[in-house]
Write a protein that binds this ligand. Structure first.
Ligand SMILES: [Zn+2]
Length: 80
């Protein structure tokens, strides 16, 4: 499947984070999952974290069991 979109894999990563919630995906696992470089996955993850509804937080990755900073859905923090 050709990947020619200008936005890169950010859209796919956003969708995966939403699908995996409440489990987490770290930057390294995102890179492996989408077969992109760690730099590319981290750049996309940081972009997504700046969007409404997402944030960077320390959590344990669901696949790798490592505790590190990753991009996650910013829900479950309150009544909203
Ligand atoms: Zn991971």
């Amino acid at each position: 499947m050709p990947r020619s979109r200008r936005s890169g894999v950010a859209g796919d990563i956003r969708r995966l984070i939403e699908e995996r919630h409440p489990s987490h995906c770290c930057d390294g696992c995102l890179a492996l999952h989408f077969a992109v470089s760690l730099a590319e996955a981290r750049s996309a993850a940081l972009t997504i974290a700046s969007e409404s509804g997402f944030r960077r937080q320390h959590a344990v990755g669901g696949s790798c069991n490592r505790q590190l900073e990753l991009t996650a859905l910013a829900i479950g923090l309150g009544p909203n």
